[in-house]
Write a protein that binds this ligand. Sequence first.
Ligand code: ZN
Length: 187
Amino acid sequence: MNNLVPAGFAGPGGWAAGLRALGLTPAELSSPRLAPERVERRFMKMVRMTPACWEWSGARTARGYGRVRIGRREFGAHRVALVVATGKPLGDGAHACHACDTPPCVNPGHLFHGDAKVNALDMISKGRRVITPCVGENNGQSKLTEADVRWMRAHPEVDHSSVASALGVSVSLVRQVRRGVGWRWVA
Ligand SMILES: [Zn+2]
C-alpha cells in the first residue's frame, strides 16, 4: 500500500515536522517508538486508497472520522493527514474540512484548513458540497464577515447547511441572516 502514496504527501519537513506541528512533547518526539518513519508506516497501513478518497480503516468516531493514537494522545486521522501534508499546526478551534464530504477520508488533497473560507465558498459555489466534517467540529465561535453575508445572500441555490458548514457557523444563523433577521445593514 505504501507504494501508492503520492510523493509529497508529507510537507517539506516530512513526518518529523508533522509530528512537531501536531504538538507532541519533546519526550515523545525523541522516543524511538514514535520515530517519524514508524508513525508514518503505522498510519499508512490503515489507509485504503482509491483513486479519489483515502478511506481510514482504523477506529472511527460515531460521526465516521478516523481516530489514531500517537503517543499519549488521540487525534482525528484527517487532522493528522492535513497537518503532516502542510507542516502547519491546526489550532484548537481550527477545523480540518473535507472537500469530498467523506468523514473517514484522509486524502490530504481533499482536506483544507477550516479558516480558509474563500476556498470553501469557492467549492460550494461550484456545486461541490462541504458539509459533514465541519458540522461535527463546529465550535460555534466563528464570526461572519460582511463578505460572507453578501455571498450567502447572493447564492440562494446553496443550502443553509452547506453555507453553515463552510463558514463554521450554525444553520440557524445562516437562516436568520438570509431572512434578514440579522445583518440588515449589509446590502
Ligand atoms: Zn476524500
